[in-house]
Design a protein around this ligand. Structure first.
Ligand code: DAH
Length: 336
């Protein structure tokens, strides 16, 4: 009899089925009124006294094994049902709605402003050759101004590189189109700079270019003033003489931010003025490089870093925040 119980225990432990009817049959066979367990319990009184203890233990073990097997099979069954339900009828996991990146929000705003005065958007490649990124822009080989833009070269001789500025799109566009030209070119640019809170090896620029007959420096200033008024609500600007190889004369544009708050003092270093872009009259040598008649046409160009403007508008302290993809930061721009 003891051996028989051992055999039954192994049978119970090995039993498995995903079929409801089979499981029910198993239950009836062991735990039913006329089932094996009751039958064995019934024989308990006939067992010789010296075997009673061992018999009792074995039969209890068997009973527990039957119960736990039934629970296991039941659980497996229900989780299978749940799984099927999940696959077939669940209405999908809720997808979180994304938000526009602050850089794109500001980029789009800037495009909107210039579109309203007739600028079209032009695109160019991020991988450039030496001609479009440097040489045609009046930055010949060994020109010291090249040192200002530490470059990621992909190939040398001939040089292929990640563009260091969006000014390359000026060249590409002028090679394909004759004046009048009025374009805005936003995009990513790359510089091999040490990462600090003030610089990042990837950032974004927006380039502007206007070429037509009789375009003057006054047109440039007027356009920039319109732009700062639209974007910042500030119309006071100044142009400080500067140098860029592709413009002559060249200038840095400062906007008068004011000194109304402590933050104003901090971000303008106590001057009230903030530098927001570079600009100038397109150098005739550049026009000649792209076969545009420099005697007939003139024009202006400007270039600004988008991150810097976003930081100004939203008072952000560290450019690296734009590239960390931290949702806690990005979600704050949901409502814009
Ligand atoms: N390409 C310049 C830079 O990356 C910015 C710039 C300055 C662009 C003057 C222009 C310009 O078109 O006229 O620093």
């Amino acid at each position: 009899m003891l051996e028989k119980i051992d055999e039954l225990l192994i049978e119970v432990q090995n039993f498995t089925s995903a079929n409801k009817d089979e499981i029910e049959q198993f239950r009836i066979r062991f735990s039913g009124k006329k089932g094996i367990l009751n039958e064995i319990f019934g024989k308990f009184k006939d067992v010789p006294n010296e075997q009673k203890k061992e018999f009792g233990q074995k039969i209890n073990t068997l009973k527990q094994a039957v119960e736990s097997k039934l629970t296991d099979l039941k659980n497996a069954g229900t989780s299978q049902i749940i799984q099927i339900k999940e696959d077939l009828t669940r209405p999908g996991f809720p997808a979180e709605l994304g938000t526009r990146h602050p850089i794109n929000l500001v980029k789009n705003r800037i495009i909107e402003i210039f579109k309203s005065i007739g600028f079209a958007v032009a695109d160019g490649p991020e991988i450039e050759d030496d001609w479009h990124n440097f040489t045609a822009l009046n930055l010949p080989e060994y020109h010291p101004a090249r040192d200002m833009q530490d470059t990621f070269f992909l190939e040398t001789d001939p040089d292929i590189l990640l563009r260091t500025h969006t000014s390359s799109v000026q060249i590409r566009y002028m090679e394909e189109n004759q004046p009048p030209i009025r374009i805005l070119s936003p995009g990513r640019v790359f510089r091999n700079e040490a990462i600090s809170s003030r610089s990042h090896c990837i950032f974004h620029q927006i380039e502007g270019l206007y070429i037509d007959e009789n375009v003057s420096f006054a047109d440039l200033k007027q356009t920039l003033q319109f732009f700062t008024t639209e974007l910042f609500g500030k119309s006071k600007i100044r142009l400080r003489p500067s140098y860029f190889p592709f413009t002559e004369p060249s200038a840095e544009v400062d906007v008068y931010w004011g000194l109304n708050s402590e933050t104003d003092y901090r971000i303008t270093k106590g001057t009230g003025w903030l530098e927001i872009m570079g600009c100038g009259m397109v150098d005739p040598a550049v026009l000649q490089n792209v076969n545009i008649d420099a005697d007939k046409y003139s024009g202006y160009a400007f270039g600004m870093g988008i991150e810097r403007i976003v930081m100004l508008l939203y008072q952000m302290g560290d450019i690296r925040m734009f590239f960390e993809n931290d949702k806690r930061m990005l979600q704050q721009f949901k409502s814009l």
